[in-house]
Design a protein around this ligand. Structure first.
Ligand SMILES: [Zn+2]
Ligand SMILES: [Zn+2]
Length: 137
């Protein structure tokens, strides 16, 4: 049984991507390797790994964010619309509503997880999806 109280919803782009990556059980190294593709050189993969680490820790990236997000989607599932909502949040306006995601797994309407019966999750409460809610039982 997972203790859901330890989970707080991600509040930044970096937190969001990290949460999705962790729930897809893939390491940064594995993501970078997939992004580098068949023609992978260790150097290319290392470069991707650095970009991902920087994005997860600071929310910043030196490269074009859209193309980095595009690459990340090769490796794990997340909702690019939610990622862009986080990216566009105004730090001077922290009271603006947060993107609608599950506070545990950070899934969203366009990127649902699968519950025990194999159907896409829905909302159990305003910030908790049905498949995370059923882990409690
Ligand atoms: Zn969830
Ligand atoms: Zn879900």
């Amino acid at each position: 049984m997972t203790d859901l109280t330890e989970f707080e919803a991600p509040t930044t782009l970096g937190d969001y991507l990290k949460r999705r990556r962790e729930f897809c059980r893939i390491s940064i190294g594995e993501v970078a390797h997939l992004m580098a593709g068949l023609a992978s050189s260790p150097q290319l993969a290392r470069g991707f790994a650095e970009q991902i680490e920087q994005l997860e820790t600071s929310g910043q990236c030196r490269v074009n964010l859209a193309s980095l997000l595009h690459g990340l989607r090769i490796a794990f599932r997340f909702d690019p619309a939610i990622a862009l909502q986080f990216a566009q949040r105004d730090p001077d306006n922290p009271d603006l509503p947060m993107p609608a995601i599950c506070r545990v797994c950070a899934c969203s309407w366009a990127d649902p997880c699968t519950d025990r019966s194999g159907s896409p999750c829905g909302w159990a409460t305003a910030d908790l999806c049905t498949s995370c809610a059923e882990q409690r039982s």
